[in-house]
Ligand binder design. Structure first.
Ligand code: HEC
Length: 379
C-alpha cells in the first residue's frame, strides 16, 4: 500500500560496543526521537544516549509521601479522635507506633504508583500496539542482536540522509518500519471483545474450579479430614455418658506429676512435729535462702526479719521473726507458715519450690542467731 505512514528506520548491529558507539553518534548528530533495543540492559547506554534522569522518581516521591500522610491521618483519626483507647499507657497520638505502618504504606503506594504510571502513562495502556511489534527487527533485538530505530517524527529526519547515516555507522539490514492500519485508527487490540471474553472466561473458569476443588471436592470421600472425625467435643453435650457431659473428670484423688499435695494443710502443730528440715547449713543453701527471703519476705518482714515493713499502710505490719516464740518454733512450723500461710499471710508455695522454702527457713535461723548471739558465738 502506498498510503503507508513511515514510523522509523531501523538498523541492526552485532556487538554491544557497536551499538553504544552508534547511540553516541546518533545523539551527537542531534536526533531526539530515536530508541535503542538490546536483548539485555547495557551499561553506559543512558550516557551514550544522553538520556535525562527518569521522571518516575517524582511520581514515587509524591505518591509515597501522600501515602505516608494518609496513613498518619488514618491512625491519628482512629486512635486519637474516633476511638481513643489507652494502650500500654501510651498517649492517644503515639507517633513511634505509627512509623512502621507509615513506612509500609509509603513503600506500597510508591511502588504501585510507579508500576501503574509506567503501564498507563509511559506505555499508554490499554494501547498495546507499537509499529515495531511483529517486525523482523524486534525478533532479532530480543534475541542476539542490537538495534537502533530513528523515528520519522524527528525534526532532523530525512529519509535519504538517515539511510546514509545508518550505513555510515556500520548498521546492517537498514529497514523502513511503517505504522499498522490499526495503530493509525487507534484501535486497541487489547480491548477486542474476543480478548476480553477470553479474560472473563479464564477468570470464571479458574475461580470456579478452585472453589469446587477447595470447598467441595476435598470434602468428598475418600478425602479425610481430622476435623471431620467421630469424636466427643469436651465443651459439647454428649449422649454417651450418663451425666451428659463430653468432658471426663480425672479419677478421684488424681494428682498431677511432680505436685504432691501438702499433707498438713491447716495443721501447724502436726507440721511442726512431723516435718524435718532436709537442708544443711551450707553456703549455697543460705545464699539461695537469702535471695528468696529478700525477694518474697523482706517487703513486709524487713531485710533482717524485724518486721520493719516497707509496705507501711498497705498491709498489716508482721511481728518480728526474732520473738521468743518463733525462735522456739521447730523448722517445720516456720516451713508450714510459708507453705500454708497464717491468718492474713497467704501461702508462698506457688512462688517457691519446696527446697527454696526450706532454704528460707535456714536463712531465718541465721538471722535469728545473728541478732541474739550467745557469748559462745563470739568466741
Ligand atoms: C505481705 C506482707 C508479708 C510478706 C511478703 C510475708 N509475710 Fe510473713 N507475716 C506477715 C504478717 C502480717 C504476719 C502476721 C500474720 C498473723 O496475723 O498471724 C506474718 C507472719 C509470719 C510468720 C509468723 C510470725 C508469728 O509471730 O506468728 C512467719 C514465720 C512469717 N510470717 C514468715 C514469712 C516468710 C518466711 C515470708 C517470705 C516467704 C513472709 N513471711 C512473707 C506479712 C508478710
Amino acid at each position: 500500500m502506498s498510503d503507508k505512514i513511515l514510523y522509523s528506520y531501523t538498523g541492526i548491529f552485532d556487538t554491544p560496543d557497536e551499538i553504544i558507539h552508534a547511540a553516541e553518534k546518533t545523539s551527537e548528530y542531534g536526533f531526539k526521537k530515536y530508541d535503542v533495543h538490546t536483548p539485555y540492559p547495557l551499561h553506559g547506554m543512558n550516557k551514550a544516549m544522553k538520556l535525562p534522569p527518569s521522571k518516575l522518581g517524582y511520581v514515587a516521591l509524591v505518591v509515597g509521601l501522600s501515602g505516608a500522610l494518609a496513613a498518619l491521618l488514618l491512625m491519628f483519626w482512629m486512635s486519637a479522635v474516633d476511638y481513643p483507647i489507652i494502650i500500654g499507657g501510651k498517649p492517644f497520638f503515639s507517633f513511634p507506633a505509627y512509623v512502621p505502618v507509615m513506612f509500609e504504606v509509603t513503600v506500597l503506594s510508591a511502588s504501585i504508583a510507579t508500576v501503574l504510571t509506567m503501564l498507563f502513562i509511559f506505555f499508554k495502556l490499554p494501547n498495546n500496539a507499537h509499529p515495531l511489534h511483529d517486525t523482523d527487527y524486534m525478533k532479532k533485538v530480543s534475541s542476539n542482536k542490537y538495534g537502533i530505530s530513528i523515528q520519522a517524527e524527528d525534526e532532523k529526519f530525512n529519509e535519504e540522509q538517515v539511510k546514509i547515516f545508518l550505513t555510515g555507522l556500520g548498521a546492517k539490514e537498514i529497514t523502513a518500519v511503517y505504522y499498522d492500519n490499526d495503530e493509525i485508527n487507534h484501535k486497541h487490540k487489547i480491548l477486542e471483545p474476543k480478548f476480553i471474553g477470553f479474560l472473563l472466561f479464564t477468570a470464571l473458569l479458574t475461580s470456579g474450579v478452585s472453589y469446587f476443588v477447595l470447598n467441595k471436592l476435598l470434602y468428598m470421600p475418600p478425602f479425610d479430614w481430622m476435623m471431620e472425625q467421630d469424636k466427643l467435643n469436651p465443651q459439647a453435650t454428649s449422649t454417651v455418658f450418663a451425666d451428659g457431659f463430653g468432658m471426663r473428670e480425672p479419677v478421684e484423688g488424681t494428682i498431677s506429676r511432680g505436685h504432691l499435695p501438702y499433707l498438713f494443710k491447716g495443721q501447724p502443730e502436726a507440721a511442726e512435729i512431723n516435718l524435718a528440715n532436709p537442708l544443711p547449713f551450707t553456703k549455697p543453701v543460705l545464699e539461695m535462702g537469702q535471695k528468696k527471703f529478700d525477694t518474697f519476705c523482706s517487703p513486709c518482714h524487713g531485710y533482717h526479719g524485724e518486721g520493719d515493713s516497707r509496705l507501711r499502710g498497705q498491709f498489716p505490719n508482721p511481728p518480728s521473726l526474732h520473738s521468743e516464740k518463733i525462735r522456739n518454733w521447730k523448722d517445720g512450723r516456720i516451713f508450714h507458715v510459708i507453705t500454708d500461710g497464717q491468718n492474713v499471710i497467704p501461702s508462698y508455695s506457688s512462688q517457691m519450690t519446696t527446697e527454696e522454702r526450706w532454704a528460707v527457713v535456714n536463712y531465718i535461723r541465721v538471722l535469728q542467731r545473728a541478732l541474739n548471739a550467745k557469748e559462745s558465738d563470739l568466741k
